[in-house]
Structures are given as structure tokens and as C-alpha cells.
Unconditional design. Structure first.
Length: 156
């Protein structure tokens, strides 16, 4: 018999977080497509959760890289956000977030938007704190680029 509590879930794959949302009328503009700012906020939220799960400490977004809007996100679709830690520094994590759209009445999945977010871990004193290094086995792509500096504009 195991010493672990019966309610202990298996640990998640920390380098990746998935979130699913529905696009309702209150989320859209007069063209009935998702507001760009809402898309960015949802992507940043997924990146924040992914980075928090990676280092299990307080994190803050310090830099948003290029956001590429490739397809409009229509009202009435399902949106899946996939955030992955793709690079780690001393205290920073770079998280790539993809937004896919799925029409509710079709088996189709379309990449609508991508972006990269740099987050920094903070300790109890709100100073940058060390994060675990990304290893090849942690990355869904099978490669690690740990200990390289984050994109420009980010503090380490």
C-alpha cells in the first residue's frame, strides 16, 4: 500500500498548460469577432498559469513579444489556448502561447493567434528568484534552450 494520500493527483506536465474557453457575444466587437485585447489577455493568462506551474512561485509578466493574429476568432467558437515553457533563464521563463479556434459544429481546428511572453519568478522579498532549468525531456518539442538570455526587454 502506498504512503501517498489517495486524493493526490498525478503531477501535470508542468511545461505545458491548456485552457479552453467559449467566445460569447460579450467577448466580441461589432464585427462579432473576439476583441484583440481579450485574445492577448487570455494568452497572457495561459502563459502566467504555465509559468506558475513550472516554478511554483509568484510570477509576473515582464515582456510581451510579437503577437501574430492569423485568423479572426468568431463569436460562437471554442478557443483552446496552449502555453508552453520554451526557454528558461536564471529567473525568467519564456512561454509561447498558441490560440486555436474550433467551430462548435465542425471537427476543425485552426491556429488563430500566437505570441511569446516572458515572465519572471519572484521570491518572498519580490526580488527575482531562480527557476528550474528546462530540460529536453520537459519540452513537448524535445529540445531545451535553458540558460540562454530571454528576448530583449526582459529582466533576469
Amino acid at each position: 500500500m502506498s504512503d501517498a494520500p489517495a486524493s493526490s493527483p498525478s503531477p501535470p506536465i508542468a511545461a505545458e498548460t491548456r485552457m479552453v474557453r467559449a467566445v460569447f457575444p460579450g467577448d466580441t466587437n461589432h464585427y462579432h469577432t473576439l476583441f484583440g485585447g481579450s485574445a492577448m489577455a487570455w494568452m497572457d493568462q495561459a502563459a502566467f498559469i504555465c509559468a506558475t506551474r513550472w516554478c511554483r512561485t509568484k510570477v509576473v509578466t515582464v515582456h510581451t513579444g510579437e503577437i501574430d493574429f492569423q485568423q479572426p476568432v468568431p463569436e460562437g467558437t471554442i478557443v483552446e489556448l496552449v502555453a508552453r515553457v520554451v526557454q528558461t533563464g536564471t529567473s525568467s521563463m519564456q512561454v509561447r502561447t498558441e490560440m486555436f479556434i474550433e467551430p462548435m459544429d465542425q471537427y476543425e481546428r485552426i491556429l488563430a493567434c500566437t505570441g511569446t511572453f516572458t515572465l519572471v519568478a519572484l521570491g518572498a522579498d519580490d526580488a527575482p528568484a531562480q527557476v528550474p532549468a528546462l530540460r529536453a525531456s520537459d519540452s513537448p518539442e524535445g529540445h531545451a534552450v535553458a540558460d540562454e538570455p530571454p528576448t530583449t526587454g526582459a529582466r533576469r
